[in-house]
Design a protein around this ligand. Structure first.
Ligand SMILES: [Zn+2]
Length: 127
């Protein structure tokens, strides 16, 4: 076993597998991320941090509200990707998974995911 210097031991070893899967989705799958102003649920009008639309399998869309900070945006991206990976998993469980993932991800992993967030606000219609 190789010793890891300067890294906190991982409580949840599966995090590296999850991280690889999240990165694979961002790199390979047709997932488009849109940063939008005043994100709301198109059906209910409720204010949201993030929204996944996977209805069109040719273009998976993730919308993220512009006015949350960078860490919250990355966290929201992870949350919506988890919905994509586990489509039948209830919201509460996705939130638990998101929180565990965030706690366990290294700073470098968090940054790698955050680097996929577009810098500019999109005018794309939320669907
Ligand atoms: Zn959710």
């Amino acid at each position: 076993m190789r010793k890891r210097h300067g890294r906190k031991p991982k409580v949840w070893p599966l995090i590296d597998l999850l991280f690889d899967e999240l990165m694979r989705l961002l790199i390979n799958d047709c997932i488009n991320i849109f940063i939008v102003k005043d994100l709301r649920c198109p059906k209910t009008g409720q204010k949201l941090d993030g929204l996944l639309n996977g209805d069109d399998e040719n273009e998976i869309k993730i919308f993220i509200d512009r006015d949350i900070d960078k860490n919250e945006k990355t966290l929201t991206l992870i949350h919506e990707l988890l919905h994509y990976i586990f489509p039948d998993t209830p919201e509460g469980r996705i939130r638990l998974l998101e929180k565990s993932a965030w706690r366990e991800l290294s700073d470098i992993q968090r940054k790698a995911l955050g680097d996929y967030l577009p810098k500019r606000t999109s005018r794309r219609k939320v669907t």
